[in-house]
Design a protein around this ligand. Structure first.
Ligand code: BG6
Length: 512
């Protein structure tokens, strides 16, 4: 794993450029390539983390020459780079861009690809090492990998490697995820498959591990004896942004909970791994997800809330209802909000609820993990009303204000002993002066060096799906009775508040 910000890279001289390789992007004319992959490669190049013997081969249906592709990317990078574009660095990268037009289903495209890759190896000294990035619709994942296998482009042999990065969604339910794993596994070995969850590329998500396991202070209280409950919030101000066609078949549970929120949950709640390597970390994540108490249909009813937004206002802007979005059915039952309560059935967490929520068009973009500690057993300060004694909250702020804050009680200055809640704040930016990144840099670099720690193993994704499958089944059997049920710009349906109120708790108030 690497940190792109100059400070860390220059401080830690041991960060080496990746080995010679070609990154082959399937779906190179799409959004992901211009918005995230090219800006990430530029950032990696800026940090001197790409080797001289490097090239990118873009492949997509659109007819274009390599020169057209370079021109297009050179234009797009101006818009999507995370900072100003350094001319020399971009030129260095741009001259390494190649393009091939072809259909992902046509065997001929793969023959062409094999030829082009042989040529690139010759020209660039890339040594036959190929990283295939599948930035395509998920229907193509199995097909592309099978065709790569058919023309011998997936096989590794002495002296060169072949790896595949698979974007999400990895399946649509438990069965399809299993099928996809099987299809990939019939061509590739597990250590060639890199299933991406871009939340794991976020610095603050990785920091959860450092915070928990690199400090002596917190881990001793990280359990049911001291923690009352945990709240994980991923709120977005955006709606579905023209992706209605995709989102209709997904919904918030599939799009966010099964992957991003479960990653946050696993990082927060798993046991300390034996070492910081892919096997140990992924073992612990799997164990944690396995320990989640399965939800019966009744539990789905009482512990899971779904919502869909109606029209409303976000940041002063009028937002139409989800059902009025292009390519969304006017009577759609797709959820754009989910809140749920999960219990983890193990020694550390017995009796500690984990409340998770995520939604579109919320008042504020914020992702955070809030850990509420238990109240003191006895209050000796008579001058302080019980309401003023708020419990300690430790909040890991994932985005956009990355940092950590701790709420605790302090004496209000004056002659009588009264308490109020104060906050201690750490902001990443103040301390490290971080540079904006896409979050994909680390993931791409890690794949190039063969480090799968921040990627999902086959069992990780299947366990994730097995946790949400009962919810999918119960929802299918009983469609929502009153969608839409929250206004754009609100914090979600009132049932989500009731979910916590029934337990005598409430969502942490987030300003916005
Ligand atoms: C994607 C989802 O995986 O994550 C999107 O498909 C969502 O619907 C996005 O908007 C959120 O990512 P981030 O990094 O902006 O929190």
């Amino acid at each position: 794993m690497i940190a792109i910000q100059e400070k860390t890279v220059t401080d830690e001289q041991q960060v080496q450029p990746a080995p010679p390789c070609v990154m082959v992007i399937f779906g190179a004319s799409g959004d992901l390539t211009k918005r995230l992959l090219m800006p990430s490669l530029l950032n990696l190049a800026r940090g001197k983390l790409l080797p001289d013997e490097f090239a990118v081969v873009g492949i997509a249906r659109r007819q274009m020459s390599s020169d057209d592709f370079r021109a297009q990317m050179s234009q797009d990078i101006q818009e999507f780079a995370t900072g100003s574009v350094d001319r020399d660095t971009w030129d260095w990268l741009a001259q390494r861009l190649y393009y091939l037009s072809g259909s992902f289903e046509d065997a001929n495209s793969y023959q062409q690809l094999a030829k082009l890759l042989a040529q690139v190896d010759q020209e660039r000294g890339t040594g036959g090492n190929y990283l295939y990035y599948l930035a395509t619709a998920s229907d193509f994942f199995s097909k592309i990998v099978r065709q790569l296998g058919d023309v011998g482009l997936a096989q590794e042999s002495e002296g060169h490697w072949r790896r595949v990065i698979i974007e999400k969604p990895f399946g649509n339910d438990l069965d399809s995820a299993r099928n996809l794993n099987q299809n990939l596994g019939s061509v590739l070995s597990e250590n060639q498959i890199y299933r991406i969850d871009h939340y794991l590329g976020k610095e603050t998500v990785q920091n959860i591990l450092v915070f928990r396991f690199g400090n002596g202070l917190f881990e001793p209280v990280w359990n049911r004896n001291y923690i009352d409950h945990v709240q994980i919030t991923v709120a977005e101000t955006v709606g579905v942004e023209g992706r209605g066609g995709f989102y209709e078949g997904a919904g918030a549970l599939r799009d966010m909970v099964e992957n991003h929120l479960f990653q946050l949950l696993a990082m927060t709640a798993m046991e300390p791994p034996l070492s910081f390597d892919a096997g140990a970390l992924r073992d612990e994540k799997s164990k944690l997800l396995h320990a989640i108490l399965p939800l019966s249909p009744e539990a789905v009813h009482s512990q899971v809330v779904r919502g869909q937004y109606d029209e409303g206002t976000v940041k002063g802007k009028h937002i139409s209802a989800y059902r009025a979005e292009p390519r969304v059915a006017p009577d759609s039952n797709t959820e754009t909000y989910v809140a749920l309560k999960l219990m983890i059935d193990n020694w550390r967490w017995a009796g500690v609820p984990f409340y998770l929520r995520t939604g579109k068009v919320m008042p504020k973009r914020v992702s955070e993990i809030a850990i509420q500690f238990k109240r003191v057993p006895h209050l000796m300060f008579r001058q302080t009303s019980v309401e003023r004694v708020t419990p300690n909250f430790l909040v890991l702020h994932i985005q956009p204000d990355e940092g950590i804050s701790l709420q605790f009680g302090a004496k209000v200055p004056g002659p009588v002993v009264r308490m109020d809640t104060v906050e201690m704040d750490f902001h990443y930016h103040d301390y490290f002066g971080t540079q904006p990144t896409t979050g994909y840099e680390t993931l791409i670099y890690d794949c190039m060096i063969g480090d799968a720690t921040l990627f999902q193993r086959s069992d990780n994704v299947e366990i994730g799906w097995s946790v949400v499958q009962p919810i999918l089944d119960a929802w299918k059997a009983s469609p929502p009775s009153r969608f839409p049920n929250y206004a754009a710009g609100s914090w979600g349906p009132q049932e989500a508040d009731q979910l916590l109120e029934r337990d005598g708790r409430h969502w942490r108030k987030i300003d916005g």
